[in-house]
Write a protein that binds this ligand. Structure first.
Ligand code: ADP
Length: 154
């Protein structure tokens, strides 16, 4: 079973879209196992967007990400990493597919409402950056019984 990290960025809070964004992941069938609202520290931003540290947009991205609280969510499910990326849409929101969160609600490249883990960037490490083991809750989600007992698992 996979886990992935979602962060609703400050524009989600400012634009009153937090509920609608969570609802997209929820109705897809991903299981929420952790959630917290926080201000991201300098250190965590530098770790999280470390690969962009030398890019000209890094300072602006850091300011933006620290301009208001964010909501971090850990989602679990079958191929959850790709499923969450699929419904989030491509980075440049104005070009993202209709029906995705970015495609339906955003126009920005920086202000694209959500971060979702990239499989190439170690989602487990991203989760550990923001959540301790005690913050992640184990429970039985009834619809998973059917999903996980089906032929899809091959
Ligand atoms: P994604 O969030 O879709 O995984 P990336 O990992 O490429 O995309 O980029 C991380 C975040 O950095 C983006 O979501 C966006 O907020 C910001 N970003 C990326 N490229 C730019 C850019 N050229 N100018 C401003 N912000 C950018």
């Amino acid at each position: 079973m996979e886990r992935t990290l979602v962060i609703i960025k400050p524009d989600g809070l400012q634009r009153n879209l937090v509920g609608q964004i969570i609802s997209r992941f929820e109705r897809k069938g991903l299981k929420m196992v952790g959630m917290k609202m926080m201000k991201i520290s300098d250190l965590k931003i530098e770790e999280h967007y470390g690969k962009y540290k030398d890019k000209p947009f890094f300072k602006g991205l850091k300011n933006f990400m620290q301009s208001a609280p964010v909501i971090a969510i850990v989602l679990e499910g079958l191929e959850a990493i790709e499923a969450a990326r699929f419904i989030t849409g491509s980075t440049k929101a104005r070009e993202a597919d209709a029906g995705t969160i970015r495609g339906d609600f955003a126009m920005g490249l920086q202000t694209n409402l959500v971060h979702v883990s990239d499989p190439k960037e170690d989602p487990e490490a991203e989760i550990k950056r923001f959540f301790g083991a005690e913050d992640l809750l184990d429970y039985d989600k009834i619809d998973f019984r059917y999903l996980y007992s089906s032929d899809e698992l091959g």
